[in-house]
Design a binder for this molecule. Sequence first.
Ligand code: ATP
Ligand code: MG
Length: 141
Amino acid sequence: MRIESIRLRNFKAFKSVDISDVPPFMVVVGANGTGKSTLFDVFGFLHDCLQSNVRQALSARGRFREVLSRGATNESILIEIQYRMEIVGTNRLVTYTLEISEEKGAPFVKRESLRYKRGRYGAPFYFLDFESGQGWAIINE
Ligand SMILES: Nc1ncnc2c1ncn2[C@@H]1O[C@H](COP(=O)(O)OP(=O)(O)OP(=O)(O)O)[C@@H](O)[C@H]1O
Ligand SMILES: [Mg+2]
């Protein structure tokens, strides 16, 4: 699995960041406090979300309000990762999207999806799609 791009909205210091053409070997250089650790914590955060749950992943980082970028205009955190993966014998560019919001002080997954494009111009094919606790996943591929 190779990551090709990362899109972040309101994740700590990253209000709106798009990183494309991620090379196989990447070195991140920057002044103190510019977000190097935050960039790598995107993966730590996703790991915690999947290992335990979103609430615990947020709690470990000081709850939703601390993780949401200060001064965010949109009240949700978005993490989107594109990676290459073989699906039924074909190498596909898969997009994983996770959007987290908060309601009455409790965080919840607003949207989580996995999709890939079958053709260059075709509509994306969703093989996992959940919205506010309801959705579906295709498990035979
Ligand atoms: N919710 C938030 N909204 C906006 N900025 C935030 C938020 N949470 C943390 N930050 C900022 O993110 C920055 C921390 O970034 P980070 O620790 O990733 O930097 P770094 O490049 O790893 O620094 P160092 O070289 O010191 O390790 C700090 O400036 C902090 O104020
Ligand atoms: Mg650091």
